[in-house]
Write a protein that binds this ligand. Structure first.
Ligand SMILES: Nc1ncnc2c1ncn2[C@@H]1O[C@H](COP(=O)(O)OP(=O)(O)O)[C@@H](O)[C@H]1O
Ligand SMILES: [Mg+2]
Length: 391
């Protein structure tokens, strides 16, 4: 038996997933297809992944009695939720392999730790200051403004962020965030944004999926275009940087790295210690998708081939679509999905969430093809057909 096979976790082993959102749901599907069972721990009784899991622990991430029982039944544990307490991952790691590690997740879940990590490893990042008091705002370099103030913890989809043009606005926003620790980032002029999703195995091998180009609307990912319309040089550079980050974090699993391209240069924006929304196109367009790669890395299997077999454009479907403006006010109703079924090259994925809210990610679709301009045209036509406004 070689060294690798001794550490493989094989079906029908039970895998543990912390977090029951759509990312967890896709993990359950990928693990089931490979023959594994999955237990999901999430405090929400209606979480999407709980529907398909073999067992749902409806418990908080710091419910140690539940964690004990969870760990006792799982051969290995991973997460889909970057805000799972790092202490929970460290605790579970006493009993079973936990991948990625608590220390890697701790860095990615705190913007101060994340930016400091990038700075300390000489990895390209934008100008920033750590803000723990109004005094820190007064001491920040004037060249940081106009800036974005971001809470260090628990921000997502543009939440916990304020655009501020000067110190006064920054101080007001800091007070609105109740004095929580923040980073103040210089607001950069973006040419465009890209992301690299990669998987890294326990032996340090890295597989990058094709780099995507991401368009955000109101701070939320709207459209991903793959391959990104960028140069081969920038694409290579982004892959090298993403792989270096994973290596420095000693990361095992699937991770997403978001980049800005500003003045033709790559700037690392942030890392996600889990599969990434901009990697959803891999479900339909790649030989191996980002969730299967997460299962493979977790279980010590060889990573799968990440190659894309088509051009892909993914469009997010937010809860706003459920709200129709009518004379007499706003009306809640199901969008007319038949408008999307009319596109034969479109793959629709709904997450099974019980209730729509504006800005909530409810599903996505990916249009596939061989020619970027026609795939993009079809995706935008489908986006209009279902009722998403703006270009
Ligand atoms: N420093 C910045 N300069 C310009 N745009 C920014 C900056 N920071 C964030 N943005 C815009 O806001 C989006 C969301 O910010 P991000 O820091 O990635 O937070 P989230 O955790 O919500 O994804 C980015 O993808 C980008 O479009
Ligand atoms: Mg982001």
């Amino acid at each position: 038996m070689n060294a690798m096979s001794t550490t493989m976790i094989l079906p029908p082993a039970t895998l543990g997933m912390l977090g029951g959102g759509q990312l967890g749901g896709f993990f359950v599907a990928a693990a089931h297809e490979l023959g594994y069972q999955v237990w999901v721990l999430d405090p929400d009784k209606n979480s999407p992944a709980a529907r398909s899991a073999d067992r749902h622990f409806c418990a908080d991430y710091d419910d140690f009695a539940a964690l004990d029982e969870f760990a006792a039944g799982c051969a290995a544990i991973t997460t889909e939720f970057e805000n799972v307490p790092a202490a929970t991952l460290d605790y579970l790691a006493k009993f079973v392999p936990v991948r990625p590690s608590g220390s890697a997740v701790a860095i990615c879940q705190n913007r101060i730790a994340e930016k400091s990590f990038l700075r300390d490893h000489g990895l390209s990042h934008g100008p920033f200051a750590v803000i723990r008091s109004a005094e820190d705002i007064n001491n920040a370099a004037p060249t940081l403004f106009p800036a974005i103030l971001k809470v260090a913890r628990f921000g997502y989809d543009g939440k916990g962020q304020a655009t501020v043009v000067n110190r006064e606005e920054a101080i007001t926003a800091f007070a609105r965030f109740k004095g929580e620790a923040c980073v103040l980032e210089k607001r950069l002029a973006l040419d465009y944004e890209i992301s690299v999703i990669l998987a890294r195995d326990q032996d340090g091998r890295v597989c990058c999926f094709p780099t995507g180009e991401n368009q955000h609307t109101r701070g939320i990912l709207d459209v991903s275009i793959v391959p990104a319309r960028t140069s081969d040089n920038l694409r290579r550079e982004a892959e090298v940087l993403a792989a270096r980050i994973a290596e420095k974090l000693d990361y095992i699993g699937t991770m997403g790295v978001e980049f800005f391209v500003s003045g033709g240069q790559l700037v690392i924006n942030e890392m996600a210690p889990r599969p990434h929304n901009s990697g959803h196109y891999t479900l339909d367009a790649c030989v191996t998708n980002q969730f299967e790669q997460q299962v493979r890395a977790l279980c010590g299997l060889p990573l799968g081939e990440p190659r894309a077999h088509s051009v892909a454009v993914m469009v997010n479907l937010l809860g706003d679509l459920w709200f129709e403006q009518r004379a007499g006010g706003e009306h809640y109703r199901e969008p007319d999905w038949s408008t999307l079924y009319a596109f034969p090259d479109l793959k629709l994925h709904m997450y099974g969430k019980h209730h729509a809210r504006p800005g909530r990610k409810m599903g996505h679709f990916t249009v596939l093809g061989s020619d970027m301009s026609s795939v993009l045209e079809t995706a935008l036509a489908a986006r209009r057909a279902i009722g998403i406004e703006g270009e």
